[in-house]
Design a protein around this ligand. Structure first.
Ligand SMILES: [Zn+2]
Length: 694
């Protein structure tokens, strides 16, 4: 009996069908089977190609309506299937799914090229782009024409046939390499862990960490032991608290050697090939390097401008690190530790210095940071700033940990969108935190409300236990929610300009901005309540947190910038054969990298840069956007404070609601009334403020 094909047809179509259910339809997460992805993707690609062919070969003269609008209308089935596929890729991976990914990644890349390389289609787009009638279109329509035309050109639409063929070959190979890169990192994160069997191994670990390690061991089939898993949420706290220097070193090595362990999951050869092919692709497309190609479509525009900002912050940050290390070293000597500070000591001694200098202990803060209360806090902030209300709803989810809320407008009751929340680490879920849009807001093909999700890797306690998180994790929570609000507040016509579809170095502005609301007195008073007593965080503790805000900014900035500068240097290096180990070493030494710090993401597991094109030559974006963030938050503090209604309204009108319908720099200027200045960033990080020369 050939069950295979009949299964594929029937269940594959569940992925293909328009979404059914409430709220204009919701993703069919309860009807997903891994084996259905290939046939569903193939069918959706075929459907989209037929749509494209019809647009490209239309006998009518090209117009906005029959070309650009028609393109916006097309590809909806593929959009739906890909959305669910991407959720499986990031949050529900398994060996079976990974096999599907390896098969599909190059096919999806080839498919994308078949569209951008369709000459008849490009000629029609170009004809609308150059037509004088363009001036009669709405500003958003003109922006869509420009975006689409530029995207096609940047993808090689103007190249000759031979170059196009080579480009497509490169893209398919890159897609394969990206998939393998990500899968290798995931394998090292899943398979590597430090198992502790003895109470003495836990010295210094606070109770919630012990409980989390116990739960992790139990889920790995090791009851009665403790497991430090190989993800940041579990590694960083261990490095902060463990008094066992030997174990700190082991955990640190395990984490920084992801993708760099030799053997089947080693990423170094993959990196060399990715860089080489990216450089070749940039040359084919007419750019000096991959960095130049990527940056053209950003707010920074050129690698030089991004490098200039990074270098200006690097120097004061390194100087601050020297001070931080001296403080830690002095403390270690007073205690007679007889050590010199190593990278696996940094977080541990940093925490001790924090305690000594600011009388601030993260363990004193954590009992006030309940994950669920902070989730309520971010909902409350969204209510204050944008007038949103959140109500839990029951819709299909892909894992029991996922919960969903309907977002509506408090004043009018109007539906705004859905918010899916997947907070916990688990096997098959990639590390870190991220936001997805399952469906983009649009007014074009009917009134379509968005569906967004936030994903994180908080360590779940034993059943029934409250989850307490660190201050950093709480900031991450607010960060991702900022992305979610960027999606939810979107109010545009065309889906490809909707929500977070903005320049990459602008997209982190809304998210980083929202982090600022965590430390507002309103949030701390109402939501930072002790998990046992229910008492709000004492005012004087909040003040100590405030005073310590610029503490350790040397470490945080250098850790980040080392990765960001490395990313840019790797992509400015051109077509040479790069040995990642040697390149990393030479670049760090040329930079004057403090030996006590390791890059936040070392090259062999730098997912931002190597599991897709996404943040390649783009990790600097977080710093770029933080200039806007610090400067933008000052708009609130200069006015009536973080909840100033008028500033919030401007923020929504010019930043959160416009998607990519306006140029990022223009949007920011409209919100702030002027260009962003770097002074607020330097002040926020506690670095000397440069003179405002220009
Ligand atoms: Zn972000």
């Amino acid at each position: 009996m050939n069950t295979n094909s009949s299964y594929s047809t029937s269940a594959g179509s569940a992925l293909l069908e328009p979404w059914s259910g409430p709220f204009g339809g919701v993703p069919p997460f309860d009807r997903v089977r891994v084996e259905d992805f290939p046939p569903a993707l193939e069918a959706a690609m075929a459907e989209n190609l037929a749509e494209i062919e019809a647009i490209a070969t239309s006998p009518e003269a090209p117009t906005f309506e029959n070309t650009l609008a028609a393109l916006e209308r097309s590809g909806r089935a593929l959009e739906r299937v890909s959305t669910v596929y991407d959720v499986w890729s990031s949050a529900m991976s398994s060996p079976a799914f990974q096999a599907v990914e390896r098969e599909m990644a190059p096919k999806l890349a080839a498919f994308a090229d078949r569209i951008t390389q369709n000459e008849a289609l490009f000629r029609r787009i170009e004809s609308v782009y150059t037509s004088p009638e363009k001036a009669a279109l709405t500003p958003e329509q003109q922006r869509l024409v420009w975006r689409t035309y530029t995207a096609f050109v940047r993808a090689g639409a103007k190249l000759g046939a031979q170059a196009k063929a080579r480009l497509s070959e490169i893209n398919q190979r890159l897609a394969e390499l990206y998939t393998r890169f990500g899968q290798n990192v995931l394998a090292d994160e899943t398979e590597q862990m430090l198992v502790l069997g003895d109470e003495a191994d836990l010295a210094g670990l606070p109770e919630p960490l012990r409980a989390a390690a116990r739960a992790a061991a139990e889920s790995k089939g090791l009851p009665g032991k403790w497991a430090i898993t190989n993800t940041r949420s579990s590694v960083d706290p261990f490095l902060t608290y463990s008094e066992r220097r030997d174990l700190r070193e082991r955990v640190w090595r395990m984490f920084v050697e992801r993708g760099d362990r030799g053997g089947a999951h080693d990423n170094k050869a993959i990196i060399t090939e990715i860089l080489k092919r990216r450089a070749e692709r940039a040359r084919l497309l007419g750019y000096p390097t991959h960095a130049h190609w990527r940056l053209e479509d950003s707010m920074a525009k050129t690698p030089d401008r991004a490098m200039e900002l990074m270098r200006s912050v690097w120097r004061p940050a390194v100087e601050r690190v020297r001070e931080e290390v001296a403080d830690m070293q002095a403390l270690a000597e007073r205690e007679g530790a007889g050590i010199s500070i190593e990278p696996w000591d940094y977080r541990f001694y940093m925490e001790r210095v924090r305690k000594e200098r600011y009388d601030l202990d993260q363990n004193e803060v954590k009992p006030y940071l309940q994950l669920e209360k902070l989730r309520e806090a971010m909902f409350w902030v969204a209510g204050e700033l944008f007038g949103y209300a959140f109500a839990p709803v029951e819709v299909p989810v892909y894992h029991p940990d996922v919960r969903v809320w309907e977002v509506s407008d408090r004043a009018t009751g109007k539906h705004v969108g859905l918010f899916y929340f997947d907070p916990y680490a688990r096997e098959g879920k990639r590390s870190g935190a991220w936001m997805n849009a399952y469906r983009n807001q649009e007014h074009f093909a009917g009134e379509v409300a968005t569906i967004v999700s936030n994903n994180a890797n908080f360590v779940k306690g034993l059943p029934g236990e409250l989850v307490l998180i660190s201050w950093d994790d709480a900031s991450t929570l607010f960060h991702e929610f900022g992305h979610a609000l960027h999606g939810l507040a979107s109010d545009v016509s065309y889906p490809s300009l909707s929500g977070t579809a903005v320049a990459r170095d602008y997209v982190e502005f809304p998210s980083q901005l929202l982090e600022h609301w965590l430390s507002t007195p309103e949030v701390l008073q109402k939501f930072a309540v002790h998990y046992q007593t229910g008492e709000p965080m004492p005012r004087e503790l909040a003040e100590r947190i405030e005073r310590a805000a610029t503490f350790n900014q040397g470490f945080a900035t250098v850790e980040f910038l080392a990765s960001a500068l490395m990313d840019m240097e790797l992509h400015l290096a051109g077509e040479q054969e790069i040995d990642p180990t040697a390149f990393e070493k030479e670049t760090l030494s040329a930079l004057g990298m403090p030996r006590e710090i390791v890059m936040r993401h070392r090259t062999p597991h730098f997912l931002h840069v190597f599991d897709g094109d996404g943040y390649s030559a783009g990790y600097y974006s977080y710093l770029w956007a933080d200039v806007l963030t610090a400067d933008g938050f000052a708009a609130f503090t200069e006015a009536g404070g973080p909840y100033d209604a008028e500033i919030a309204q401007r923020l929504r009108e010019h930043v959160f609601s416009v998607g990519n319908t306006v140029d990022a720099a223009e949007g920011y200027r409209a919100f702030r009334g002027r260009e962003a200045r770097v002074e607020a960033l330097m002040k926020k990080r506690g670095f000397p403020v440069p003179h405002a020369a220009d």
